[in-house]
Design a protein around this ligand. Sequence first.
Ligand code: NAD
Length: 426
Amino acid sequence: MFVKNIAVCGLGYVGLPVSIALARHFDVIGFDVDSQRVSRLRDLDDWTGEITPETLAKSTLQLTSRVEDLKGCNFFIVAVPTPIDERCAPDFTMLKDASRLIGSVLTRGSTVVFESTVYPGATEEICGPELEKSSGLRCGVDFKLGYSPERINPGDTDHPFEKIVKVVSGQDKETLELVASVYETVVEAGVFRASSIKVAEAAKVLENTQRDINIALMNEMSKICALVDINTSEVLKAAGTKWNFMNFTPGLVGGHCIGVDPYYLTSKAQQLGYHPEVILAGRRINDSMAEHVASKLIQVLAHRKRLASTTRVGVVGITFKENVPDIRNSKVVDLYNELGRYGINPHVCDPLADPVQTKREYGITLVEPSMLQDLDMLILAVPHKQSVELVYDKLNQMVAKDGVVCDLRSVLEPSRLRSDVFYWTL
Ligand SMILES: NC(=O)c1ccc[n+]([C@@H]2O[C@H](COP(=O)([O-])OP(=O)(O)OC[C@H]3O[C@@H](n4cnc5c(N)ncnc54)[C@H](O)[C@@H]3O)[C@@H](O)[C@H]2O)c1
């Protein structure tokens, strides 16, 4: 087996950085069904903010939304979304579509590597058969499967694709070596050869589940700290002096990885007759946080006699986490809606979120920061770098005398705020 041309299917947060890195060493075609995404990338505009226009301009990556252009490729990488449906069950629609699409151009001797996060078994049980159906070829004989989970962390410039050890796996020894050799070319941190595709799938979903549960523990602890009237950050600071204490903080868990991937694992477990308890408890706690925060904030406003039909609340940050423009499954939206149930309609600003997309997806109109004036409560929901500076710089205009600052991620130094301001955090 050898690699002729590589096709990367799905040019989002994962697929684009992978394609750009591989294109430094191979002939790579980047394919996306979203023709708008392709044309904006051709115009050197990556809306995810992960790849600069200069890097796009220099890259030899070919961009297309025409599946025919993938003919002739013999190494495929799939990085399409794997969301959950409204019942929190895995939604394999896009993964199946991508498999069928690749199957339509697949030739004997090719390798198809999946990067999308799934449960252990999905690549061979779901993607393999779809590829077989649409190609008429036999999986494991005419073409081979690989799996290499992605670990990039959007918005985190310290850990780019090249600097994170890449777990690789293959259907057989020969495929494992081929997949390893491709990624070894570009991943400076090296690759880890997992013993099977299922092991690699399970490793990825475990990484994100572990993070979800650790945050859930912190969220539960913050509820207990509130009951005993102590500050969670101070408890974490003290506990953090122990050598093996793990550094997690309470907060809203949104986005399309941490809050989603555990459901892939629990769904597989349930298929096999096991009912996971810890994982689902973590999910319940994290999913309840927006409601919890809203009710706490209402209590704070009431205690400070600032709860009225004229109460002015401003929210800074609507994306699902800091330093990314991604608004998908943002739990700040849940918080906004919860406050709405109490009759409060906050003004929201976010320097990174796309106003058109935010309006279309959630019906929320983003405003300029200058609109956040004389507030009863300012909620720093997502601490983008520039938003933290904004709060420090404009606090006097933004927050009324004796107003409240809610710092959801505990990033502000209370000593830098005005002394009349009431500081609240999880
Ligand atoms: N974003 C992350 O931080 C991250 C990190 C690690 C793993 N993952 C996993 O990687 C996978 C991809 O995530 P993402 O964040 O890059 O998603 P994304 O939504 O940013 O990008 C996916 C792209 O795939 C395209 N697409 C959808 N169906 C397609 C098809 N049939 N053929 C070709 N293109 C198609 C979409 O148009 C989109 O541009 C998911 O399984 C996710 O869980 C994501």
